[in-house]
Design a protein around this ligand. Structure first.
Ligand code: FSO
Ligand code: SF4
Length: 538
């Protein structure tokens, strides 16, 4: 039996690759189904291109959803993946495409048969050469990240046919044996460019629907009574849940990447959206047993639920766990969150009210633009010496204490910008302010990286310089494929000297790494003190 291999995230076993099951909890069956889905999507992309229908919304939306399902910590459900494979094959067939050199399977093949077929479609690290495979997989992982952003935007009605076409085109190119290493290097950077467009679309979608985030203080305590915890990144699901639970006697809390939702006026207007619960995604199995309500995962990062709360877990959008109820669309097309509300009411919730500190968020691009005059003045007056963007993903493996340390040890004239779930390593720190400007500015989710790019570009404009000449350094933590997409975007924008950790991606071949080091000054993190010394000297 061919082993199932996966190396797409930072948690990959021994820093090399997961074989026969994932450190994330992905079973060999799930991994093989994801491989077959990726293969079928490549054929679908090629068929769409050949039919001249690569920009069509039907195919495009499906491709985004299916790619999203293969992202780390999203869809662990074999039956859900099998139905995506069947739909991909049906769409491929309808566009006149065949199996494309991969396994053929009957349209009604069972999940087990499909998983068997998937074992022949794994990542080939050596074909046609290790360097090309590394670049191809880098571009594909970036595409998965792009798909996640574009999917969230699409859910809110913002779509761009050129992104559908880009996704189909890149998938099709994976089947094109005439492409060489320079082609794939260019395609990886193109993926970064397309991802910038996807992030812009998502920014427009979120701010268009719910307004521009404003700085807020989010309570960490709780209110007496039934409780719902919402995790993941999808603001539309949270908004619909809030609308449907209005007056139902439940209190809604955010978890993980949902923290910045509190900053949006269109979400905050719901008085029963109260506070935040828990820290980074990797702590969910330890922390969620203490949450006395229903838990909704709207996207990554989902882990296998611990028995203490498994019966209270629901998923929506692309997220799926075998046996956990999945929210279905109601007659109006919105998700029907009644089962989540009922579960929360049945569980009873918290017996009392409790305080417990707070976290600040909501410093997205519009809020920072409001601070811009003061920020620029503070830099000119020498009060702010430097900006550090310490952001990205959190994760379970050792080495991430670095990010807290670098924030703690940064000189007092440093303003820390952050985004993504990596912030939970240090967002409990009270860093004070500089002349009324908070030293720690939470720009939002990893999905809000567009805000960070805009802030950097406006600072550069204000100082009449380029981003690389600003007193700004990016210290990124990566975990899954959205981080790959953002990294490719930053490289496409020509951002130099990024520090990346806690370890480098296993799929980056040493020769590819050399190109990134030579061309962009990309460097792995070392020690917080050593890196700070080098940053301050720069
Ligand atoms: Fe984190 Fe997970 Fe937002 Fe990622 S919750 S790790 S880059 O999936 O999405 O930052
Ligand atoms: Fe391993 Fe990450 Fe792949 Fe899961 S997603 S199987 S942890 S490399």
């Amino acid at each position: 039996e061919a082993p199932v291999f996966c190396w797409q995230c930072e948690q990959t076993k021994s820093g090399e690759g997961c074989v026969a099951g994932g450190a994330c909890g992905k079973t060999p069956e799930t991994a093989a189904l994801q491989d077959l889905l990726m293969h079928t999507l490549k054929g679908l992309g090629r068929a769409a291109i050949r039919a001249g229908k690569e920009g069509e919304a039907g195919t495009g939306r499906f491709v985004l959803k299916a790619l999203f399902a293969t992202l780390t910590n999203v869809d662990f459900d074999p039956d859900s993946l099998a139905s995506l494979i069947r739909e991909a094959a049906a769409r491929r067939g309808a566009l006149g495409g065949g199996a494309g050199g991969g396994p053929a399977f009957a349209p009604d093949a069972g999940t087990g048969t499909l998983a068997e077929a998937g074992r022949a479609c794994g990542v080939d690290r050596d074909a046609p050469s290790p360097v090309l495979a590394s670049l191809r997989e880098t571009a594909l992982y970036g595409l998965k990240g792009l798909a996640a952003y574009a999917w969230h935007a699409s859910a809110l009605g913002r779509e761009d046919p050129s992104l559908f076409a880009f996704a189909c085109g890149l998938l099709a190119k994976c089947l094109d044996s005439t492409l060489g290493v320079p082609d794939w290097l260019a395609l990886a950077l193109k993926t970064g460019e397309a991802n910038l467009a996807a992030m812009r679309l998502l920014d427009e979608a979120n701010t268009g629907a719910y307004g521009h985030p404003e700085p807020v203080s989010v309570p960490l305590g709780h209110r007496k009574g039934p409780a719902i915890l919402v995790s993941g990144h999808d603001l539309k699901d949270l908004a619909e849940l809030l609308e449907q639970s209005e007056g139902a006697g439940v209190t809604v809390y955010t978890h993980g990447e949902m923290l910045p939702a509190h900053g949006y006026p269109g979400l905050r207007r719901h008085a029963h959206l109260h506070g935040h619960f828990g820290t980074g995604w990797q702590n969910q199995r330890r922390e969620l047993p203490a949450f006395p309500g229903a838990v909704l995962f709207t996207s990554n990062c989902l882990q296998g639920p611990a028995p203490a709360y498994a019966g209270a877990v629901f998923t929506s959008g692309p997220a799926a766990w075998p046996g956990a109820p999945r929210i279905q669309a109601g007659p109006d097309g919105a998700g029907d969150f009644a089962p989540v509300i009922e579960k929360a009411l049945g569980l009873g919730g918290y017996p009392d009210d409790a305080g417990g500190g707070s976290l600040r968020t909501g410093f997205a691009r519009n809020a920072v633009a409001g601070l811009a005059g003061r920020l620029i003045g503070a830099v000119k007056d020498g009060l702010v010496g430097r900006f550090l963007l310490v952001g990205g993903c959190d994760g379970g493996r050792p080495g991430r204490g670095y990010y807290r340390e670098i924030v703690e040890k940064a000189p007092p004239d440093t303003v820390i910008l952050t985004l993504g779930c990596g912030k939970f390593r240090f967002n409990d720190l009270d860093l004070g302010d500089i002349g009324g400007i908070p030293r720690l500015l939470d720009l939002g989710q990893c999905n809000d990286a567009y805000s960070a790019v805009q802030i950097a570009l406006s600072l550069a404009e204000a100082f009449g310089t380029g981003v690389n000449e600003l007193p700004l350094r990016l210290v990124l933590s990566w975990y899954e494929q959205k981080a790959v997409a953002i990294l490719l975007t930053l490289l496409h924008l020509g951002v130099r000297n990024i520090l990346l950790g806690p370890s480098l991606p296993a799929f980056i071949h040493p020769e590819v790494l050399r190109t990134l080091v030579d061309g962009y000054g990309l460097a792995p993190i070392s020690s917080a003190e050593g890196d700070l010394e080098q940053i301050l000297a720069g």
